[in-house]
Design a protein around this ligand. Structure first.
Ligand code: XMP
Length: 507
């Protein structure tokens, strides 16, 4: 059993980042909502606790709380931003609105006698983002940092191992942020650094072997990072008892289906590819409404998968590539459904299996990628960008046809090649086939052909995004190549909208 740092979520946007940073420092971390009971916390028996930031003011009635006794349980605690304000408020100090809010990077002076800042340069640049601040500390605390606009930018009650910072040590723009977290975990909490991805892999392999025994396990393989890494792990654990079903719905990107077939048919597992492209196309014939497309594809996928899985009626377990962010319970409220997302591989509960195997459910995406590398998966699969379950069907406005899919596949490959070759930083990038035809000229002839939209976005969580500032020369090259190499396209445009108000996919 690994030592575990507990991260309590007060609604801040950086909770995943904090948890990942802790893991990068070889300490296992889990995220729980702020409402967790003290009893549950004791059951977890954390090495230390980190309170996240959050958008509310502690003195408002709707502010997220935690049990005040948390601070006297004896666990080392680090409060970050809202977490600092809550620690202060709950322990009898004072929190007030700032005369001048601080957003962005600011210069700070740290007291390096404080164990949290031990060995760190006293002058630092840190990321601040706050409209409230601590104006009077609880009596047992001392001031450990200040900025021009924030007199108490960190505080410590060394005897009780309670520490708090107004800035964000987890953010990249905080110069020595990682070192601060390392001090908290190793010098204050006494971490022994027992968490690493190699051991995680071995533990999971052992657990899968124990759970599955000699029984067969079915996995829906989409070719995305998660299901691919899951397949590689299970193959190592149970070899030919793993049956991977890959439903080729004909809506994949250029060469993708072939790459998946090649990678997995060479591994120690049973690889089954169902070529269902015609079936999907015929169901999508004449359909233009985005939600209807999504529903048809979701339903078809489940039917095709179930029919195939039924042929292995001796298989007792279903495996899924669920990862930690899919299951994190959050302190924040419900969100409206904008699109009916579904994952290829997400299956209805009516299936007949005795149990579920989810060996990646404790991992963040970057850890899944590292695991994939450890398992020898090729680069093009490990670093694959997210691809929606309904595939290119939701990147074609209007009816989906074989001709349009082929055209989009060619344009999309050019976008991907040029973005990769130019080293532009974007988290997701692709081509969209719009339903617009417009007039152009080729040689001496008038043309009336399709418009391709190029989309490239920067995002950390895909819930919001900015359009990526792709340099003009790269865009010009993409445009020239698409209009020259892809028959049927005479115009290329670049989508410069963020999310909100747009979404990443066009449909
Ligand atoms: P939107 O378009 O909602 O997309 O801004 C956010 C992220 O989700 C991906 N996406 C999907 N992923 N099934 C998936 O597995 C879906 O139906 C689906 N629709 C969108 C999208 O590519 C982006 O990364």
């Amino acid at each position: 059993m690994n030592q575990t740092a507990l991260i309590l979520d007060f609604g801040g946007q950086y909770k995943d980042l904090i948890a990942r940073r802790v893991r990068e420092l070889n300490v296992h971390s889990i995220i729980r909502p702020n409402t967790i009971s003290l009893q549950e916390i004791k059951k977890i028996n954390p090495l230390g606790i980190i309170l996240t930031g959050g958008p509310k003011s502690v003195y408002r009635p709707d502010a997220p709380q935690c049990d005040k006794d948390l601070f006297s349980l004896g666990y080392p605690i680090l409060g970050i931003c809202y977490g600092m304000q809550l620690m202060c408020y709950d322990m009898g100090g004072c929190v007030s609105p700032c005369a001048k809010s601080e957003y962005g990077t600011v210069k700070i002076n740290l007291n390096t006698d404080c164990p949290l800042f031990d060995g760190i340069n006293p002058q630092q640049t840190v990321l601040m983002s706050h409209t409230d601040q601590v104006t009077r500390m609880p009596y047992s605390f001392t001031n450990a940092a200040y900025t021009d606009n924030c007199k108490i930018a960190a505080m410590a009650d060394i005897n009780n191992k309670l520490y708090a910072v107004q800035f964000h040590p987890e953010a990249e723009n905080t110069t020595d942020g990682i070192k601060i977290l390392e001090n908290f975990l190793y010098k204050i909490c006494g971490a022994n650094g027992d968490y690493n991805i190699k051991d995680y892999l071995q533990t999971q392999i052992n657990q899968v072997r124990t759970k599955a025994g000699n029984e067969k396990v079915i996995l829906g393989l989409s070719g995305g990072v998660d299901s691919s890494v899951c397949a590689a792990l299970l193959s190592k654990a149970i070899g030919k008892n793993l049956i991977c079903i890959f439903v080729d719905h004909g809506l994949m990107r250029k060469n993708e289906a072939e790459e998946i077939k090649k990678t997995f048919s060479e591994r120690d597992l049973q690889f089954v590819c169902v070529d269902a492209a015609e079936r999907f196309l015929s169901e999508l014939k004449g359909v233009t409404d985005p939600e209807e497309k999504r529903k048809i594809i979701g339903k078809e996928f489940v039917e095709v998968f179930q029919t195939q899985a039924a042929k292995y009626d001796d298989a007792k377990f279903l495996a899924q590539g669920t990862i930690y962010p899919d299951i994190i319970e959050s302190g924040s409220g419900k969100t409206a459904t904008i699109k009916s997302h579904h994952n290829v591989g997400g299956l209805p509960e009516t299936m007949r299996f005795e149990g579920l195997i989810e060996p990646l459910k404790g991992l963040f995406k970057d850890e899944v990628r590292r695991l994939g590398a450890l398992l020898g998966l090729p680069e093009n699969i490990i670093n694959r960008q997210p691809f929606p379950g309904p595939g290119l069907a939701i990147r074609i406005i209007g009816e989906v046809t074989k001709e349009k899919l082929d055209l989009l596949r060619d344009a999309d490959l050019i976008v991907r090649e040029e973005i990769i070759n130019s080293n532009v930083k974007a988290d997701q990038y692709f081509a969209v086939l719009t339903d617009i035809k417009s007039v152009g000229v080729m040689g001496d002839d008038r043309t009336y052909e399709y418009t391709i939209a190029v989309r490239a976005v920067s995002t950390t969580d895909f819930m919001t995004c900015e359009y990526a500032p792709v340099p003009h020369d790269v865009l010009a090259k993409i445009s020239a190549r698409i209009t020259n190499e892809v028959k049927g396209v005479n115009r290329v445009v670049y989508d410069i909208t963020g999310k909100p108000p747009a979404t990443i996919e066009w449909l």
